[in-house]
Design a protein around this ligand. Sequence first.
Ligand SMILES: Nc1nc2c(ncn2[C@@H]2O[C@H](COP(=O)(O)OP(=O)(O)OP(=O)(O)O)[C@@H](O)[C@H]2O)c(=O)[nH]1
Ligand SMILES: [Mg+2]
Length: 523
Amino acid sequence: MMSELHTEIQRRRTIAIISHPDAGKTTLTEKLLLYSGAIRSAGAVTGGKHRSTTSDWMSIEQERGISVSSSAMRVEYDGYLLNILDTPGHQDFSEDTYRTLMAVDCAIMLLDAAKGVEEQTVKLFKVCRDRGIPIITFINKMDRPALSPFELMDNVEKVLGITAVPLTYPIGDGPGFRGVYERSSGVLHLFEKTEGNKHRAPVSTKGIHDPSFKALIGEDAHAKFLEEIELVEAALPPFEHEAFLQEIITPVFFGSAITNFGIENFLQYLIDLAPSPQGMGSSAGLIAPDSSYFSGFVYKMQANMNKAHRDRISFFRIVSGIFERGMTAKHPRSGKEVKINYPFQIFGQDRDIIDVAYPGDVIGLSNPGTFLVGDVLTTGPDFTIPQFPRFAPEIFAKLFPASGSFSKSFRKGIEQLGEEGVVQIFSDAHHSPTPLIAAVGELQLQVFQARMESEYNEKVKLDRLPFTRMRWLGGDVKPNSATLTFAFDDADREVILFKNDWEIGYHRDRTEGLILLDKPPIA
Ligand SMILES: Nc1nc2c(ncn2[C@@H]2O[C@H](COP(=O)(O)OP(=O)(O)OP(=O)(O)O)[C@@H](O)[C@H]2O)c(=O)[nH]1
Ligand SMILES: [Mg+2]
């Protein structure tokens, strides 16, 4: 039993793919699925007519070609099991991305080779650092004119403060990008494009002095390339796995997800580099993956993943022990025992019932109404995990059904999408049926409207409200003002909406004992 658990832990890797919008996360995810054999032909996120990838399965994602929600995929490669979580890059959806980062042991940080480290990458990098997640860097879009490899590595070191150690080195860039040089073996991996990039790119491996390689790129380019490699070997620190795990260095890879150049090699490195499932810090101390009891937590909710089922799935990361279908576990938040009869293995939009799962696995649970993000299940001691990040909303609107009638599906849509965190839902001071919705960014409102229409068949109208701040009351003292707008959150805690920071300060100065919090008070 224990040795089964150890073996299964050792062969698992749970990894999130993160970056600034548009660096190619979804495209890379799709290609990792292709190269691991999980899919036969890769869909694409392109400007073209056919837009479909495994991880961007929502219709709004396919229409717009951006990810709005994180998704989970599982692949098997070389005897290893990888749980790959693709995340949205846009900052309006970063709450979802931050939650996903709670569920992984390693992150792939993508950079656009022409742009280097971008604003959103910096924020996500910091979250990984805070959580102690080691980071593998993949420099993508080498098939486009790129910054030089040295500029890119310098950029990573200066902006992020981590030592960049390339394990591969690109051969050319833009139309002249041929493949990558693998430093550990000294071997060149030269690729050829395929029609539509749907299938594996044919690869040939050669030595660096091979005459056919010299002929391929030309004598001058060859001489320059040899010089660069010499410089790399002389100037760069060696790669040390321990320093990577401690986030002192990040291994760097170069490639082009769209043309499949540099992917196979990268997949192998992912398995070698990424740590196996780690324990989780909790109120009961560190929960080790090889604990004798089963435990884990919900990091995400998603409604209507599958038109045939129309249900809500809780994405659950297993932290310790062996999970078996039909087992009963304690749900400490409610104090109840929960039986899990329908655990799923998730693959983008698809799902299969699974019978057994191990630490590191992300499984889908369908227990309607039982779980919220952050909930724990355990067959051992009760524990809670650190609070999930919650962002203070800055955009507010009053919500109406366009039809004028408050139907059952209107209420259901609000409840379920609110639970998912697509937007935050508040009721007004009179608990009237027209709720207030709150969001961090504009795109969230658009996604909410689109999903209300496509998933709940409800056209909704939003009347924007002139507020930019919301605060929870941290005590009994309330500001005495007839002009302020009060509301209640999903747990019936009172909040106040403000037009700006100045207004917050104004009331703080005039009301003795007033406590205003930008996060819900901890119960
Ligand atoms: N030239 C080139 N384009 C690429 C490459 N990888 C992705 N793209 C294109 O870049 C655009 C964005 O790709 P996505 O994979 O959707 O990027 P993403 O990081 O998932 O974007 P978000 O999830 O919205 O943050 C698409 O048009 C892709 O076709 C690449 O290696 N080379
Ligand atoms: Mg994406």
